[in-house]
Design a protein. Structure first.
Lengths: 254, 246
């Protein structure tokens, strides 16, 4: 366990050295809320009351998604820059290696999401400890699920990084746009809504909004959302553990 | 290219259609939000393709390919011009493809397309080319001043989010002026992306005659960006030629 934590601490230290990135990410989040969020909320105010809050949570879910995707990319970069064989030579099990990656992902997500979450809740006058904690748990589970999906897909990158990048960009576009990240399911055309129920972001975004007290008429059933988010996290992490265990050997540096 | 097209396509056909159900028609928006948003998506597409020039310059500087370029029998000015022009052409090719898709999606959803609008769109190509070189110049500037590590991506992301957010791509100028401070509204009004989106909405999709004032503003805001970018890239190439490193 100590070895896993040591490996995770190394990754986290590397992460904390990227302070410019975090400051930029928070600043851009603020800019998007202050301009895009506030203006769009004026335009859609008749259809969705308090759209600014709806959008802010959606934007946080995007940050969680990007953070999860970054863990996948981080893993793939390790493989292609030749660092993976070194990590595999360390006295840490494959499961431990994956757990260290997951801890890195969780810390990355927390650093990126927690300050914006507290800022938004304070701005809308809804800042409570239990609200912030449950919202973080919801987004943490979603982040684990996204990390699991991205690491599971990394076997594509072991064949071709270009195909992996293109595949992820396309997948991201579909997962985000066909989800309820920016608009409630009830407003989606009938030919889109069946697709959106396959996006994990739909459940993660609606669950987070529900724990923060958004009008449930615009959201999915919270029990269903919690079950799906938990199921995706557990399922994809188990899948990624199996895939990593099988394909990790023999990965060539770029 | 396929990924960029799929992103823009999903912005038009998914985001555009859903927001059309949320945002009512108005004098500022026009007859539907879909018709308001689609020209803006074409401009965002042009922006994405043009900024790829910055990525290529950054990669060339980082991986030392630029040293090879400097051994070629071409002047530094020629290298700079080639990069800026390639950014312009990339933007035109990509936004041209998006314009065709936009017209097809208008037909699919029964939105009117004035015949003269297509002629105006063709007339606008040189102006969009200049806009694209301006954006490529801006990206080239940031790539040239990115001395350490991955800092270019910090600049690129900040450039994209600020230019697209503070523009009239997603919301009308009247809404910005009504709810945000006057300096922000002025920046949005003179943002080259806003000017291009406005011209496309009015003429290429609205069928109204091209406004010379708007076209002049588009040139006046784009050309200096192209010049600044070209100058920054030229300085860095000259420094590498003289000192062997940036």
């Amino acid at each position: 366990m100590n070895r896993v934590l040591t490996l995770a601490a190394y990754n986290v230290r590397m992460l904390l050295s990227l302070r410019t990135w975090f400051i930029l990410a928070w600043a851009l989040f603020g800019l998007q809320i202050a301009i895009y969020g506030s203006l769009m909320s004026k335009l859609v105010s008749t259809a969705v009351p308090n759209y600014l809050f709806y959008y802010a949570i959606g934007l946080m879910v995007i940050v969680v998604f990007d953070s999860g995707a970054e863990v996948g990319r981080h893993f793939v970069e390790h493989a292609h820059e030749g660092e993976l064989p070194y990590f595999l030579s360390l006295p840490v099990s494959r499961g431990g290696f994956l757990a260290a990656q997951a801890i890195y992902g969780v810390v990355n997500t927390m650093i990126k999401v927690l300050p914006p979450l507290i800022g938004v809740l304070w701005f809308v006058g809804d800042l409570t400890v239990q609200g912030a904690v449950f919202a973080m748990i919801s987004m943490f589970l979603l982040g684990l699920g996204i990390t699991g999906i991205m690491v599971s897909m990394s076997f594509i990158a072991f064949k071709s990084v270009d195909i992996y990048s293109a595949f992820l960009a396309g997948l991201s576009a579909l997962i985000v746009r066909f989800s309820t990240v920016f608009y409630p399911l009830i407003f989606m055309p009938s030919f889109f809504s069946p697709i959106s129920v396959f996006s994990p972001l739909t459940y993660g975004a609606d669950l987070t909004r529900w724990v923060l007290g958004f009008d449930p008429n615009f959201l999915l059933n919270p029990i269903l959302a919690a079950a799906v988010v938990t199921g995706v996290a557990v399922g994809t992490l188990s899948l990624s553990a199996r895939i990593v265990d099988k394909v990790i050997e023999g990965v060539k540096a770029a | 290219m396929a990924v960029l097209i799929s992103l823009s396509l999903s912005d038009m056909l998914v985001v555009g259609l859903v927001y059309t159900r949320l945002i009512p028609a108005s004098k500022a928006i026009g007859s539907s939000y879909f018709q308001f948003l689609v020209p803006g998506i074409v401009v965002v597409g042009l922006f994405s393709a043009a900024t790829d020039t910055g990525r290529r310059i950054w990669l060339a500087l980082r991986e030392g390919v630029v040293q090879y370029y400097l051994t070629l029998p071409i002047r530094t000015r020629g290298l700079v011009g080639a990069y800026i022009i390639s950014g312009g052409l990339g933007g035109i090719v990509y936004s041209g493809a998006l314009l065709v898709i936009a017209y097809l999606s208008f037909m699919l959803f029964g939105a009117p397309i004035p015949v003269q609008g297509i002629l105006y769109a063709i007339t606008l190509i040189p102006f969009l080319f200049v806009l694209s070189t301006g954006i490529a110049g801006l990206a080239a500037f940031f790539a040239s001043v990115s001395r350490r590590g991955e800092i270019y991506w910090v600049y690129a992301q900040a450039l994209q989010v600020s230019m697209v957010t503070i523009s009239t791509v997603f919301y009308p100028a009247q809404t910005i002026a009504q709810y945000l401070p006057a300096p922000v509204a002025t920046i949005a009004e003179y943002n080259p992306l806003s000017l291009a989106a406005g011209v496309l909405r009015n003429s290429a999709f609205g069928g109204n005659a091209l406004e010379t004032g708007a076209l002049a503003n588009l040139l006046a805001t784009s050309l200096p960006l192209a010049v600044i970018g070209a100058l920054a890239y030229w300085i860095i190439l000259r420094t590498i030629r003289l000192k062997g490193k940036p």
